[in-house]
Design a protein. Structure first.
Length: 366
């Protein structure tokens, strides 16, 4: 009651019921503050179960519907041959010293399907995920850490991680009545062209014949004798698609407003600039278009279907992508810290620290 009177003195127009609610909110706020102060202490006070470093580990390869999840028209002969190639990839990975002397962890390796790409793909695509399940002593019993164990992924015959930084345009069929003259097929076609474009995941480095690195981490291993696996997009081309996207947009008001904005931005570029290549990110002229003709480290690209050597069977391995930091000393630092705290990520860090990327070029068929 006293709290309510106090509130009324500061808020003459308030009523007792409102004052009670305000006091409740205040108490809950204070409780939440104490919760967030004390909760991290509880988390970090918990000790991880000790790692069993000398426990002999086991390797297992699991086909997780790699050829049955999508109907891409592959023949039995093609999938049989391709699975032997996948075994060859895992055999190459297992030559890593941490994998060849597998102590303290099990490695369950899953082969996942990847969607078909009839326009820009060719070979049978999949993801190979290596799970590093640490052996730990839990309640006095040796157990493998199986709840979302640390993992490393290798992408085969597709550019998933390389080409996933694209443009967020969608062409969902409108639920409300669209504007007069709206043509969904044409609008969807333009949207697909925009969505085929992407910007590279960071500055590019050439590490050797058939090995590129992007953003100091993402590795692409490929056949350097083939045409490039991605090609740049002209500024004029992409800007025109974006303008057409908004011109065809199903809602009249949004279409008119956005078309006016992007056309005005495009008009600020000279013919010579329009003929240049597109780069992701706006300059002072393009806050809405979000692309520029001014060169930077994020050129806009699209996959190149001419990269694939179609003389080879679809079972052949023609491109690989995976992650490994340029700063390998970071793995060493984190590995030592993981060992100190019995972290389940210890063995993955050991693997990444010792990973030699050069032998992967030998897996690319030519």
């Amino acid at each position: 009651m006293g709290a309510s009177i106090g509130l009324e003195r500061h808020c003459p127009n308030s009523d007792p019921e409102m004052a009670t609610k305000m006091n409740l909110i205040l108490k809950l706020t204070l409780l939440a503050q104490w919760f967030f102060i004390l909760f991290p202490i509880t988390i970090y006070a918990q000790k991880e179960p000790p790692l069993i470093l000398d426990k002999q580990g086991a390797f297992k390869l699991i086909d997780w519907g790699v050829y049955t999840h999508y109907d891409c028209g592959y023949t039995k002969a093609e999938t049989t041959a391709n699975y032997q190639k996948i075994i060859g990839i895992t055999d190459a990975v297992r030559k890593n010293p941490v994998m060849s002397d597998m102590k303290g962890f099990d490695c369950q390796t899953y082969v996942f399907a990847h969607p078909c790409d009839p326009k820009a793909g060719y070979g049978i695509a999949c993801d190979i995920r290596f799970d590093f399940g640490a052996w730990v002593l839990l309640k006095g019993q040796p157990q493998v850490y199986k709840i979302e164990p640390p993992n490393w992924k290798l992408q085969v015959n597709h550019l998933g991680s390389f080409a996933n930084k694209g443009f967020a345009f969608n062409s969902l069929k409108p639920s409300d009545k669209p504007k007069d003259g709206f043509n969904y097929e044409k609008w969807n076609s333009i949207t697909e062209k925009i969505r085929e474009c992407f910007y590279i995941p960071g500055p590019k480095e050439k590490l050797g014949d058939g090995i590129d690195r992007y953003g100091s981490e993402l590795i692409v291993v490929y056949n350097a004798a083939r045409p490039p696996y991605s090609v740049p997009v002209r500024f004029r081309e992409l800007a025109t698609w974006i303008i057409d996207y908004w011109r065809m947009y199903p809602q009249q008001a949004a279409s008119d407003m956005m078309t006016k904005l992007v056309e005005a931005e495009y008009a600020k570029f000279s013919e010579a600039e329009r003929e240049g290549y597109a780069y992701y990110g706006s300059d002072e002229r393009t806050p809405t278009l979000q692309i520029t003709s001014v060169p930077n480290q994020l050129p806009v690209m699209r996959k190149n279907p001419d990269y694939w050597n179609k003389v080879l069977p679809r079972s052949a391995i023609q491109i690989l992508t995976f992650e490994r930091l340029a700063d390998t000393k970071r793995y060493t630092r984190e590995k030592e810290d993981a060992l100190k705290h019995d972290s389940s990520g210890y063995h993955l860090l050991r693997f990444m620290e010792s990973l030699d990327i050069n032998p992967f070029t030998g897996l690319i068929e030519k």
